[in-house]
Design a protein around this ligand. Sequence first.
Ligand code: ATP
Length: 333
Amino acid sequence: MIEAKGLTKRYGATVAVDNLSFEVKPGKVTGFLGPNGAGKSTTMRMILGLDTPTAGDVRIDGQHYRDLRQPLTKIGALLDAKWVHPNRSARAHLAWMAASNKLPKDSVDKALEMVGLTSVANKRAGAYSLGMSQRLGIAGAVLGDPEILLFDEPVNGLDPEGIVWIRTFMHRLAGEGRTVLVSSHLLSEMALTAEELIVIGRGKLIAQSSTTEFVDRASGTTVKVRSPQLDQLQGILQQQSLVTRIEDVEDQGKVLFVEGEVTTDKIGETAAAEGIVLHELTLQRGSLEAAFMQMTGDSVDYHAHDEIAAVTDVTAVPPVSGVEVAAGPKEDN
Ligand SMILES: Nc1ncnc2c1ncn2[C@@H]1O[C@H](COP(=O)(O)OP(=O)(O)OP(=O)(O)O)[C@@H](O)[C@H]1O
């Protein structure tokens, strides 16, 4: 488990992280979200002892990083996939990491196998594609078989196949009972990857909850109903003080939408009691993009309004390609 209490980091006049408290629990993938400059990387660096908090504290299973005896066996991290020496092979790079951390010799082969780099392990890392470099960075993170893993923007710049691979890999690590914290700008991808979320803005905590709760709280749920007796059903639901509207939907005809605190069970039972035929009864959730924009709107430092609008407009892209919420594209390396 990772536990931050009142974590604060100031760089001169800039408050990068502001009195941040959160917990990252084992057995789940926790997404770490926030607009550009929200303080995600600074927080991750403080967890790893690479930056010293100005105030507050962050601990890994009760200990500070600097007090861990063999850090790689407790916590592994991917912060920057391109920090490997370009002339070194993946195997040589991992062997050096393993030796300097007194890890068993077979840890290198195990890590290469886990990330699928065995067949190219002797090639120089400088010739690797971005996807292969990310895998090598992840191999470094899992080398010591740690219980806790941090990944800063692991899917940045990857193609759809690479993104799906990373998602599956994160789920596997969490399924093994590990604690997995992953930051990303790709919200639709995070919606598929993370069960839990920590959302920050301007260094402050905005929300910590399950992904479903976060989305439902910010954007609510709607029940969609298709029926040949829509007007009759609408009348009955309105008598129950439910908020309803009927819309013409392309290729579907008239559709009834019921908003607010309502379940498909309740509507189904009401319809059955009145002998109303239903052709469709579906719970519709808001998107993580919409919830994120709503919750972090005030904490975005330097978005132009038209940039936010542009981002909102592209939320219909397929899940795998994701949505970039940042004000500008992040560097791939
Ligand atoms: N070494 C530093 N010196 C001065 N300011 C810094 C330093 N590192 C970060 N900052 C500032 O702290 C704030 C938080 O930055 P940080 O990189 O942690 O945010 P982030 O959420 O990771 O952003 P991004 O998504 O853009 O990577 C920003 O205003 C940034 O400019």
